[in-house]
Design a protein around this ligand. Sequence first.
Ligand SMILES: Cc1cc2nc3c(=O)[nH]c(=O)nc-3n(C[C@H](O)[C@H](O)[C@H](O)COP(=O)(O)O)c2cc1C
Length: 359
Amino acid sequence: MELRSVLKPLDIKGTRLRNRIVFPAFQANYATRDGFVTERITRLYEKLAQGGNGMIIVGRIAVSDDGAPNTNPLRLNSDEHIPGLNELFSIIKKRGAAPAVQLMHAGRQTVSAMTGHPVVAASAIPCPVLKEMPIELDTEGIKRIQDDFTSAAGRAKKAGAELIELHGAFGYLIGGFLSPYSNKRDDEYGNDKSLFFTEIIEKVRRKTGDIPISCRISGDEFVDGGLKFEDMRQVSQKLVEAGADVISVSAGTYASMEHMAPTISMGIGLHVYLAKGIRDSVDVPVICSDNIRTIENANEIVSENKADLVAICRPQVADHFFVKKSIRGEPVVECLDCGSCLYFLKGETSVSCPQNPEI
Ligand SMILES: Cc1cc2nc3c(=O)[nH]c(=O)nc-3n(C[C@H](O)[C@H](O)[C@H](O)COP(=O)(O)O)c2cc1C
């Protein structure tokens, strides 16, 4: 099969992607406790860049200590984090991929025993999985965290990131504000549930100028009382009006975790219809993800205009040279769909993969 569509370069506001395959945000818990880049992180991303990706989204990266989702995420809450990321991005770029970051605040989907800070959220409603009662953010708290996103974005740009993704998916802080399921506020941030997110986009834009901004969202939360596909088409339009240059579509929250990194039994490309529906509603490139297991499938998705970019995560954890080998028609080391990489569900400290001893 000719791979013409998936191999076609794409320019997003001056950021050139050599092809349409994206290694999406993948929190492996490999940073130091203070959020600095380690050799293990550099090795992973260098291989993935060598392996042929068009873009690599490094992260997720916590914008503040109270927003840390795990013990060892990358962080960008101080200028001291810039040099390590700068070196990492240079390596990724030298290997031909566009280096990007994903910035996030975990909101109620973390615990104070781990962050050392109170858990905060749009409303005082605990995450049904982690169960810690969060403090409802007041206006001052909202502005502080929006400024944390803005400062982190400025640092990411200084470090050489060529695209900044804001993590609005999966029910973390931004997603928590978006959803009627977790946002019961009666102020302006409750009346317009997109406001927290659109203000961040506008602030990041003012801080970083022309750098492309991607917004990752859950195209459907798959929870009762949560955001549905039709809602997300409208939310996406608002994000684009506020300045988003890319929409990245996944699905689920902690309460519907099976959608966040779905097993193969849930279906190949099961959420591509969400990306397609959102792509039909906005005028910017859309990234799809979830159980896209072959480059031929990715090519089909792009050629049929269901998405502009295709995120492939776990198959590239199993084989960092997945893209290059697939292009050449060589066999890849296949992801076994065993869930070993979902270390947090297994009580392990970081990602591992039985198919890839190097990770
Ligand atoms: C261990 C692990 C960590 C992940 N971390 C993140 C993350 O930090 N941010 C994010 O948006 N998605 C994260 N994801 C979701 C992936 O980006 C991707 O959407 C998901 O794995 C489905 O794609 P796949 O079927 O190609 O693996 C993670 C997935 C895994 C397996």
